[in-house]
Every structure is written in structure tokens, then in C-alpha cells.
Ligand binder design. Sequence first.
Ligand SMILES: Cc1cc2nc3c(=O)[nH]c(=O)nc-3n(C[C@H](O)[C@H](O)[C@H](O)COP(=O)(O)OP(=O)(O)OC[C@H]3O[C@@H](n4cnc5c(N)ncnc54)[C@H](O)[C@@H]3O)c2cc1C
Length: 390
Amino acid sequence: MADRAPQPVERQLPTEESRDLLALVRDMIQREIAPKAADEEEAGRFPREVFALLSESGLLGLPYDSEHGGGDQPYEVYLQVLEELAAARLTVGLGVSVHSLACHGLAGYGTKEQKAAHLPAMLGGGLLGAYCLSEPASGSDAASLRTKAVRDGDDWVITGTKAWITHGGVADFYTVLARTGVEGPRGITAFLVPGDAPGLSAAAPEKKMGMKGSPTAQLHFDGVRVPDSRRIGDEGQGFAIALSALDSGRLGIAACAIGVAQAALAEALSYATGREQFGRPIADFQGLRFMLADMATQIEAGRALYLAAARLRDAGRPFSREAAMAKLFCTDTAMKVATDAVQVLGGYGYTVDFPVERYMREAKVLQIVEGTNQIQRMVIARHLAGPESR
Ligand SMILES: Cc1cc2nc3c(=O)[nH]c(=O)nc-3n(C[C@H](O)[C@H](O)[C@H](O)COP(=O)(O)OP(=O)(O)OC[C@H]3O[C@@H](n4cnc5c(N)ncnc54)[C@H](O)[C@@H]3O)c2cc1C
């Protein structure tokens, strides 16, 4: 079987520090992540120790302020790290992206006291986070969520069910969006809930098509009590916080998608140059050469798109439209490239002896999470043509 490790990508990084960081990440991938990825995905094993190592190495807080234990890295650098992690194992790349999403609310909207109390442990103290927006009856229409938080003295009491939660049952903290007021987006508030809060329990993880090592579970809140000091932002500000987190999170998904696509291309290239038919390597045939050329071109275009959006964010400019475009294009690219990689390997591509079938299954989920690609098109169209008339 061909080497699972993707070919190193030639990257343009802005500083010496970021180049050293990438070298550290590549070394960690070779030693700790890539060798076990295929077997652990097949076995459905969550690599908790890898997240502990990432936290210890400062890789769980890269885009956040160093004042609270973050890495002070621009998004342009953070996303390229994510891309490399996802190329080795999507469970890890997407897991880091989700953790970052879970930290976004507190880092962006928390008080000075809240940040001092919680962020250092979240960004580099070994804790792992999860982000709880979706529910069994509200996915794309997230503003219709029903989980309730009711004020009781200095506390809030949370009751309801969250669905599809990445790291559900294994996370140390949950950023939870719950209804505290009127129906619709203005009645939602964000809370930081500890993983061991009494009344909080996780269902058995979903049995998924791919990313089997990443636990995705329903979470039940049965009168979970949190003090008001764990409310993030103002009452009613939760949906705005959730959307702001998703703008950044979508860039993370875009980078992960390009990682999966890059890994699929590397495998297809390695196979095509070694496999012979009609007395020649199959990489000699124009039918495959053009396919490989298209795969590489789509990957470069996707990477350029997510990096352009990241640079807007790094410059403090609006990037919501560009993040939706990057998520849409990069995840559709991952699906196309991974499917084509299976084709390049022929019958072998359809077996578990080669990783391209895993990449194809992994690419699919990226078109669904953090707003399906239909929802990304709605977001982009709203930026172009304004809100729908009804
Ligand atoms: C592996 C995995 C991990 C996840 N992790 C998390 C997590 O950590 N936290 C979290 O909160 N959520 C998470 N999710 C949930 C994910 O964000 C939702 O699945 C997604 O938002 C879609 O919601 P839904 O599944 O309810 O589909 P629905 O909203 O029911 O959509 C079904 C179909 O209808 C389409 N559709 C819906 N509305 C429209 C419309 N107006 N126009 C056109 N088409 C439309 C959708 O695009 C989709 O094709 C995860 C999901 C998966 C599969």
C-alpha cells in the first residue's frame, strides 16, 4: 500500500515563528497522528491523548490572545495548521476547529473576569470544548431552538436536548445556546457549561458514515444549573455570538476540506505513477492526467479562497460572505477530488486497503456541518441581493 502521508505542501507563511510552528506540527503529525489514523478511524477510537498533546504544545489556542494563553497567530497561519492536521486525520483537524469554535464566545464576548477565570485552561490548559447549537428539531433553522434556560436567583437552569454535538460526552466544557426569552433569534443566550455539571448526560455516539473516531452525540440537559457568571454576553445576544463563531468556524471547515482533498490527491498521484496498464504507468494516460490536473487546480483555488478570507479577518475587515464562499467551494472541492481519487485507484480505490474511500466518506460531512452548502448559498445570496422578500 502507498504511504498514507500526504506530500508536503509548499506554503507561504508570514513569519519565522509561523514557519517553525508548521515544522513542529508536521513532526507531531508524522510521529503521533498519521501512523494510527486509519486503524483508529476503523475502530472508532477517539484520540483524546492527541488533543492533550496539542493543548500542551499550544495548538488548541493558536488564533487567540497570548494574554489568556493563546498563540497570537493570525488566521492565515492557524488555518494552514488545521489543513495539515485534517490531511492526516479529519477527526483531529475538525476537532481542533470545533474546540476553537467553542472558545470563540468567551474570548470575544466574555468579561475581563470571565476570561481570566476560564480562558487559560480552555486555550492551553488541557481542556477540550464543544459547541452546542443544533437540536433534534432545529438544524438549518437554528434560531428556532427550544432548549430553555430559566433564571432562578443567581443561577440559570437549563433543560432540553442538543443534537449532533462533536465531542459530546468527552468534552470538558460546552458552549450552549439556549432560549431565555422570546421566540426567534433575539430570545437566545449563550452559556459556558462544565462537562461534569449535574443533570448533563450524553447519549451513545451516532453511528456515522465517516469520522468514526470523532464522537458525535446528543446531549441531555435535565435541570442543569449554572451561575449567572457563566452567561456569555448579554441576555438575548446568544444568536449573534453563535453566528459570529460560525463565520470563523466556516473558515476552519474550509481549511479542513482542503486538507482532505490534498491527502486524496497525494494518494491518487502516488498510485497513478506506480500502477501499470497497457504496459505503461496509468499516469501516462491523458484521461487521468487531465483529471489529476483538475484536482490540483481546484485545491489551489480553494486554498487561495480560504486564505483570502482569512487575510480579510486578520485585517479586521468583514469576511462573512467570503467565509461562506470558502466553506462552499472548499467542501464541494473535497467531495469532488476525493471521489475522483477513488476513480484513479479503480477497484482498489473502493477497498479499505487504501485511504481514498475514507477521504470520500469524510469529505461528505464537510458539506453538511456548520451550515449545509445550501445554507452557505443563502448567506452569499443575501450579501448579493439583500434579504428574501418574505
Ligand atoms: C458529524 C456531525 C457533526 C456535527 N457537529 C455539530 C456540533 O458540534 N455542534 C452543533 O451545534 N451541530 C453540529 N452538527 C449539526 C450540523 O450543523 C447540522 O446537521 C446542519 O446544520 C444541518 O442541520 P440538520 O441536520 O438538522 O438538517 P436540516 O436543517 O433538516 O436540513 C435537511 C436538508 O434540507 C436543506 N435545507 C434546509 N433548509 C433549507 C433552505 N432554507 N433552503 C434550501 N435547503 C434547505 C439542508 O441543506 C439539507 O440538505 C453536526 C453534524 C454532523 C453530521
